[in-house]
Each structure stands twice: as structure tokens, then as C-alpha cells.
Ligand binder design. Structure first.
Ligand code: UD1
Ligand code: CA
Length: 456
């Protein structure tokens, strides 16, 4: 099989985005535009992948990382000039070179695979991607002769009315025979008035030299929409969202209202989970089977087990084991981990804390920088006072503990297993296992070790 390299064009500023951020770093489907192009290139095992950077080069490199190679295009003199910048570093390293843009996130890897497949089977000078569309989108036109063979690409700005009427458009995505590309790219003529070098002229050069050109034509223009404005950014977001939602539904997830369900492309959701309206699932989030999520819920970078119910809540960098109930109005902040069977009711907030299996935290409380043992009850209004104005301190609560309503736990502090703290206590010192303590500051009143369950 012929070896394949990729060149991703990402030097443009994206002036019409009106943004300090380089265009290819704007997000669609929860990841930067350029990441989509990289994923498409990687899905075909392209190696190396060269990214042509220019505007905001350092920012783009910082985002994309070291797994690709970079070439810097100092002056933006057109798509042909951009690919020329990769010539020196790719000469002799791959037999095929595909070219794609960093701002075309909806292009399906499957489409790209078909393009490369044609190039590999038929060995033309190049294979280009075209789309049949009534809306010209400002794209160049594919001009064919009577026999149907491609003759040239003509840019919209210079096209005659006859050519403007053509419905077959050039998408800007190509797979080249590398030997052809690197020889003939040096012959691309300069185009006035901006002294630009058009990559599209490679088609004319192939034809002039009697070299075959193949075309893969698609009908779905939404795949190849570029992004030049924030209106187009939102369009692509919509396309991607529909695609993700459709995939989820076909995989066995119920979306009550796909139009108000916002799931990043990288999110996984298990079978028979139901997502209610106005729910946002973002980043690196994994949700198990048989859950009910939403309505009005935001979950980012979190792992949720099976059989969980999460209503009107916000979770960030949290872990939730199986059979957990959260909400309404729960907030899990980074480092929160709820064990199996935990019940967290309204206005609970947990940060950097583990709540043991089957514990209850049913009404308005804050647990931060803490570890709570299994089967404990954190009653209404309990607060771990973890911050003394300078440092964050730990609270440790044992198993089967009962923390009465309105208790303040002044960290660092611990409450033993099977211990009961009376309502309204302020716990300033460690309370041992099997004790009954209350008051301000809380004092041990008696041991519960040999007694039956007490009412507090
Ligand atoms: C190009 C094609 C056009 C096609 C359209 C599809 C040419 C001359 N025209 O037009 O036939 O229909 O794409 O979208 O190729 N870039 C650089 N450096 C440059 C110039 C561009 O990196 O010097 C990058 C841009 O950042 C962008 C991509 O190349 O990601 C395409 O450039 P753009 O100016 O949008 O090309 P079009 O004029 O739209
Ligand atoms: Ca464009």
C-alpha cells in the first residue's frame, strides 16, 4: 500500500471571525476546529502530518502539540504557497500526500478514506473532492469537458457567467501523488492581483501534461462547509450536534428532545440511558447505562456509573459510582467522588471529597476536602469549614456516622465511625468512634459502644 502523508492548512487569520483567537482554535463539538482535521488525518494513519501555521502559530502549536510537524508560512500567498512550505520536509517521505484545511470540521473521515482509496486504486496525478450544490458557498467551480473529464478549477472571483452556473464545486480537499505534487507545485503560476499561488492550478497542470485527474463527488455540502464567520461556526456546531445525537440514539440512548440536547462528540453514553431536555454533556465525560440525566444539567469531564439519576445539577471533573441520586440543584466540583448508592439532595455541594457508599446528604450542605465513610448521614445544613482563611484542611468522617442538622465541622477534624453529632454542634476537636457528642464546641457526652441505637 502506498504510504500517505497529510498537510493541513491552518495559516489563515480568519479575519471575519473578529477574534483574538486563531480561527482553527475555535471549537465545534467540544474541540478545536483543527483537532477534527487531525483526527481525520490520523484515522487514515497519515504519517507524517504537517500543519502549515502562520497567524497565531505559537497558540496553534501549543494546542496541537508535538505529535505533528509544523511549517511556518510567513506570508499568506495562497493555498498553493501554503503547501509549498511543506515540500522540503515531505520530499521522499511518502508516496501520497493528502491536503485538507484546518477549518473544515464536518468532513467525515469516511469521505477522506474514499478519496485516498480512489488515489490508491487508480493512480492518477491527483484525486480531488467535489460537491454538487445549488449554493455555491463561494467555492471554485469544477470544469469538465464533453467527455466528463476534469479540465480545471476556476475560482468564483474570476469565473465567467457560464462557469458560475456550474453546480459542481471544489471542496479544497485533495490526495496527490507525491512525485507529481512536489515536481509540479513549483510550476504554479502567480495569480494577480494579490500575487497568490493557487493550489487549484495543480489540476490545470496535470491536464496540460496529459496526466489523469480523478474526482470523488459528494452530495452533502454540510460536510465541506468551511468556517469563516461565527455564523458558519454555529452552523457547523449544529451539524455536528445532530450527527452526535443521531449516533447516540442509534446506539441505544434515548434523547427526549435532541434539539435541546448538547453533547460533545467525545462523550460516551451507555445503553438505555435517558437524556432529558436542556442537558449539556461536555469534554471527557462517560455516562453508564440506565441513567436518567437532566433536565437542565451540565456535566463536564466526569465519569458517571450505571443506574444514576441526576436532575438539574452541575458536575465538573467528578466521579459518580452506580445507583447515585443527585439533585435537584446539586453541584459536584473537581475531585468530588460519590460512592455507590449515595443520595445527594437539593443544594448539596461536594468538592475534592469522597462520600462513601450508601451515605445520605439530602439537603443543603457543603462537603469539601473530606472523606466520608459508607452509610453515613450528613443532615441538613452541615458544613465542612475547610478554609481557615489561609489553608484548606481535611475533614474525615467514619462509617455509619450521623452528623446532625446544622453541624459545622472546623477542619482539620475527624468524627469517628458510628458516632452521632447532635444538631447545631460546632466540632472543633476530633470525636472518637462510637460516641455521642454535641454542643459548641462539641464534647463527647457518652460512649455508644455498648448501647442500642440512640435518638439524637
Ligand atoms: C479554496 C479553493 C477553492 C475551494 C475552497 C473550498 C484555492 C485557490 N481555492 O478557496 O477552489 O472551493 O477553498 O473551501 O485553493 N490558507 C493558508 N495559507 C494561505 C492561504 C490559505 O494556510 O496562504 C488556508 C486557510 O487558512 C484555509 C484554507 O487554506 O484554512 C483555505 O483557504 P481559503 O482562503 O479559505 O481558500 P478559498 O479562497 O476559500
Ligand atoms: Ca474558505
Amino acid at each position: 500500500m502506498q504510504s500517505l502523508a497529510a498537510v493541513i492548512l491552518a495559516a489563515g487569520q480568519g479575519t471575519r471571525m473578529k477574534s483574538a483567537l486563531p480561527k482553527v482554535l475555535h471549537s465545534v463539538g467540544g474541540q478545536p476546529l483543527i483537532t477534527w482535521s487531525l483526527q481525520a488525518a490520523r484515522s487514515l494513519s497519515a504519517q507524517p502530518i504537517v500543519v502549515v501555521v502562520g497567524y497565531g502559530a505559537d497558540q496553534v502549536k501549543a494546542q496541537v502539540g508535538n505529535a505533528v510537524e509544523y511549517t511556518y508560512q510567513e506570508q499568506r500567498l495562497g493555498t498553493g504557497h501554503a503547501v509549498m512550505q511543506a515540500r522540503g520536509m515531505l520530499l521522499g517521505r511518502a508516496e501520497l500526500v493528502m491536503v485538507l484545511y484546518g477549518d473544515m470540521p464536518c468532513l467525515r473521515p469516511e469521505t477522506l478514506a474514499r478519496l485516498v482509496e480512489i488515489q490508491r486504486c487508480k493512480h492518477p496525478a491527483l484525486t480531488l473532492l467535489s460537491v454538487r450544490s445549488d449554493d455555491s458557498m463561494g467555492f471554485g467551480r469544477v470544469v469538465r469537458n464533453k467527455a466528463g473529464c476534469v479540465q480545471a478549477i476556476v475560482e468564483e472571483a474570476v469565473a465567467s457567467p457560464e462557469i458560475l452556473a456550474l453546480k459542481e464545486l471544489n471542496c479544497g480537499v485533495y490526495c496527490f501523488n507525491a512525485a507529481f505534487l512536489w515536481e509540479y507545485i513549483l510550476q504554479i503560476p502567480v495569480t494577480q492581483p494579490k500575487d497568490e499561488y493557487y493550489l487549484t492550478d495543480m489540476v490545470g497542470l496535470a491536464v496540460a501534461n496529459h496526466l489523469p485527474v480523478e474526482v470523488l463527488t459528494i452530495d452533502d455540502a454540510s460536510e465541506v462547509q468551511g468556517i469563516n464567520t461565527r455564523v458558519q461556526l454555529a452552523n457547523s456546531e449544529l451539524i455536528m450536534r445532530r450527527r452526535t445525537n443521531e449516533r447516540l440514539m442509534l446506539d441505544g440512548v434515548t434523547l427526549i428532545d435532541p434539539t435541546t440536547t448538547y453533547v460533545d462528540a467525545a462523550v460516551n453514553i451507555g445503553q438505555d440511558t435517558v437524556i432529558l431536555p436542556n442537558t449539556h454533556l461536555q469534554g471527557d465525560t462517560h455516562i453508564g447505562q440506565n441513567c436518567v440525566i437532566g433536565p437542565h444539567t451540565l456535566i463536564r469531564d466526569s465519569i458517571i456509573g450505571n443506574n444514576c439519576t441526576i436532575i438539574s445539577s452541575v458536575l465538573e471533573q467528578a466521579q459518580v459510582d452506580d445507583q447515585v441520586h443527585i439533585g435537584p440543584f446539586g453541584h459536584l466540583r473537581p475531585g468530588a467522588h460519590l460512592g455507590t448508592g449515595v443520595h445527594m439532595g437539593n443544594f448539596g455541594e461536594v468538592k475534592n471529597a469522597y462520600i462513601g457508599a450508601d451515605s445520605f446528604m439530602s439537603h443543603f450542605s457543603y462537603v469539601g476536602d473530606a472523606k466520608v465513610g459508607a452509610g453515613s448521614n450528613i443532615a441538613a445544613g452541615t458544613v465542612t469549614c475547610n478554609f481557615n482563611g489561609k489553608t484548606k484542611n481535611q475533614t474525615v468522617i467514619g462509617e455509619q456516622a450521623f452528623i446532625g442538622s446544622g453541624t459545622l465541622l472546623i477542619a482539620p477534624v475527624s468524627v469517628g465511625s458510628h458516632t452521632k453529632i447532635g444538631a447545631g454542634s460546632i466540632v472543633t476537636h476530633d470525636i472518637p468512634d462510637n460516641s455521642l457528642a454535641y454542643g459548641s464546641p462539641a464534647r463527647v457526652i457518652r460512649s455508644l459502644a455498648d448501647e442500642a441505637e440512640e435518638d439524637v
